[in-house]
Design a protein around this ligand. Structure first.
Ligand code: KG4
Ligand code: ZN
Length: 338
């Protein structure tokens, strides 16, 4: 018998609902909140209010698109954390009351685990290869940068992480310094396509082991531009694409050096990427290049499963459903992982 899971994601500024039949996505709808663009970042109170407006219509559309009635659902999976508390509360409260009204269980999901398990989504009938355990997953989002050794669907070991900013933050902050709106990652990616990645060089951090650091890069980018703008006030306008390509190249180089070192140290060659920054075209291309060089099998999610989405919440919910790992109605949300 098929299992139908409704996934709800509301950890940051995207309200998303998805329906899965077993591991197959029937619908995955996302309402983006454009309201934050002009503020240069997500405004938590506005995000929470927008979630309240979006969550019911987005869920209704997800059920319609999946062509199922709410009574066919077996469980509701929701993001419990990490994320913005006010935003998480909207999704969590909705999931609890919706499930309660249907008399079905709720399943709590960790957002970062879900980014990784998005690799196990099945989209159609075609044969798809999945990463074999243990594999390494570079999880790169706006709030996190980690190398995770995935031993099993629910056995994750973080072998490296950022000691300050996340890779997504590095993209967003570099974009902000260049006067681009939030979120800057996709805009840098777009501009970089026309630019020379070797035009400018920025220092890479010296952090031991498989850990990362991005705050120094942001500062050197800021000081570099401040000095250049003194000489020529149009420096950014004149060098927009080269600046984007160079900073992107530096961030991707930093990410891949540690990932390669971890792969060699653990003797693991199944390599996956996950999280918003895994949508980056330079990162995706650089991984392809490593494939033959290091004998990697690489796993890159489809674009819609890289950035925040509820299909990844529902697939994680599906695996937990099989274990009957359900949550109680009194469960609370968390901003950070303990
Ligand atoms: O996973 P995600 O959607 O949300 C969080 O859980 O944080 O990641 C958002 C981050 C933002 O920093 C955004 O700028 C970055 O992912 N991002 C990108 C690209 N698309 C999204 N960064 C670089 N290149 C992209 N194409
Ligand atoms: Zn995310």
């Amino acid at each position: 018998m098929s299992i139908y899971i409704l996934g709800i994601e509301s950890s940051c500024d995207d309200t998303s609902a998805a329906v899965l039949r077993d591991r197959k996505v029937l619908s995955n709808l996302i309402a983006n909140q454009e309201i934050h663009q002009s503020f240069g970042g997500v405004v938590p109170e506005l995000a929470s209010r927008a979630h309240q407006q979006n969550i019911i219509p987005v869920t209704e559309h997800a059920l319609q698109q999946a062509k199922i009635s709410k009574n066919q659902l077996n469980a509701v999976a929701f993001t419990r954390g990490p994320g913005l508390l006010g935003s998480l509360l909207v999704g969590t409260s909705f999931a609890k009351s919706f499930a309660l009204s249907l008399g079905i269980p709720i399943i709590e999901i960790d957002h970062m685990d879900a980014h990784i398990l998005a690799h196990f989504i099945v989209e159609d009938q075609t044969e798809k290869e999945f990463p074999a355990f243990p594999f390494l997953c570079l999880t790169v989002s706006g709030g996190h940068t980690q190398i995770v050794k995935v031993n099993d669907h629910f056995d994750f070991e973080t072998v490296g992480k950022t000691i300050d900013d996340a890779a997504g933050e590095a993209f967003d902050k570099a974009a902000k310094i260049m006067g681009l709106p939030y979120p800057g990652g996709p805009l840098i990616d777009k501009l970089a396509r026309e630019g020379n990645p070797q035009a400018f060089h920025f220092p890479e951090p010296a952090v031991p082991g498989f850990d990362y650091s991005f705050s120094g890069l942001k500062t050197s980018f800021l000081y570099f531009l401040r000095d250049k703008l003194k000489e020529d006030s149009l420096f950014i306008e004149k060098n927009r694409t080269d600046l984007a390509a160079s900073i992107q190249n530096t961030i991707v180089d930093i990410l891949l050096k540690k990932l390669s070192a971890a792969s060699q140290s653990y003797g693991i060659t199944d390599i996956a990427i996950a999280g918003g920054v895994s949508a980056n075209s330079r990162l995706r291309k650089a991984l392809e290049e490593k494939k033959s060089e290091l004998g990697w099998r690489i796993f890159i999610p489809k674009f819609e499963y890289c950035t925040d989405n509820a299909a990844m919440i529902a697939i994680t919910g599906y695996f937990k459903y099989l274990k009957k790992d359900f949550a109680w109605q009194d469960i609370s949300v968390y901003a950070r992982r303990a």
